[in-house]
Design a protein around this ligand. Structure first.
Ligand SMILES: C[S@@+](CC[C@H](N)C(=O)[O-])C[C@H]1O[C@@H](n2cnc3c(N)ncnc32)[C@H](O)[C@@H]1O
Length: 254
């Protein structure tokens, strides 16, 4: 039986629209719209581990992810030495990214692994004032290590209240520090501890620099004004900012 011409045309139009919609939705949810050329090249040349590619697929903030990766590429290219560190680990999502992207670096992980403390929450305003000691408390060192996986000898856990948990590390040097601790006190303490120990060419990335986190923004603004360093904004979902240590800068005793 032959379909009338009109029905055939209608069917073709519907088919084309459907294909277009499916492709558009697929690209929107699974496409690599934000993939920088360098990442694409590294992927094609099989320089990215299957674990990193798999984890990256489901990581919700692609701009944050690619920014970490591009910074790490730069640090490797420029031979910036030093450990990596994260202040604010929770269940280890961003820590896992950092370890997958730079498995040979020592990654120092600072967290109470029990959530925020009353002392840090008390002075907060804005969104942070609605948080309690229950937030981010549902984690543990074992769960984090299991989640990150990889080379356990490169993962150093510094559990407890920061900056107390950094005692004994005064002579260390850092190439990349991710500060994701939401509140005024830990962010201020993080900058005061890590910036003087940042290697020349090194970078501190601070997550959540936006109006919802007043204390955090104040801690960053106060410190960068005092130290006269530039803030570089990142267009990721929660507005990270970066602080770089100039290459000619001495890494000790500011
Ligand atoms: C937003 S979560 C970190 C999220 C994590 N980076 C991720 O990718 O899922 C903030 C973390 O900072 C930690 N934190 C905040 N203040 C701290 C302090 N003074 N000492 C240690 N950890 C702290 C909390 O326990 C919490 O796990």
């Amino acid at each position: 039986m032959h379909l009338p011409i009109l029905q055939l045309v209608n069917f073709s139009i519907i088919l084309v629209v459907l294909i277009f919609l499916i492709k558009y939705s697929w690209d929107m949810f699974f496409g690599e719209t934000y993939e920088p050329p360098a990442w694409g090249k590294a992927r094609m040349e099989k320089q990215l581990s299957p674990e990193l590619l798999k984890f990256s697929k489901n990581y919700p903030d692609k701009v944050r992810l690619y920014n970490f990766w591009l910074q790490i590429q730069r640090l490797e290219k420029d031979n910036v030495t030093g450990d990596f560190a994260e202040l604010g680990v929770y269940k280890g999502q961003s820590a896992k990214l950092l370890h997958l992207m730079a498995p040979a670096r020592t990654l120092r992980l600072f967290d109470t692994f029990e959530g925020f403390t009353e002392t840090d929450l008390k002075p907060e305003r804005g969104e942070a004032a609605s948080y309690s000691t229950k937030n981010f408390a549902d984690t543990s060192i074992n769960k984090v290590l299991k989640h990150i996986g990889g080379d356990l000898s490169k993962l150093k856990i510094h559990a407890g209240y920061f900056p107390d948990s950094a005692k004994g590390l005064e002579n260390e040097s850092f190439a990349l520090v991710n500060i994701d601790a939401d509140l005024y006190n830990p962010v201020k303490a993080g900058l005061e501890f890590f910036y003087p120990r940042l290697a020349p060419g090194g970078v501190i990335i601070i997550h959540d620099y936006n109006h919802r986190w007043e204390g955090l923004v104040k801690a960053v603004d106060d410190y960068t004004t005092k130290m006269n360093c530039n803030l570089v904004p990142v267009a990721d979902l929660d507005s990270s900012v970066m602080i770089f240590k100039p290459k000619e800068h001495l890494a000790v005793n500011e």
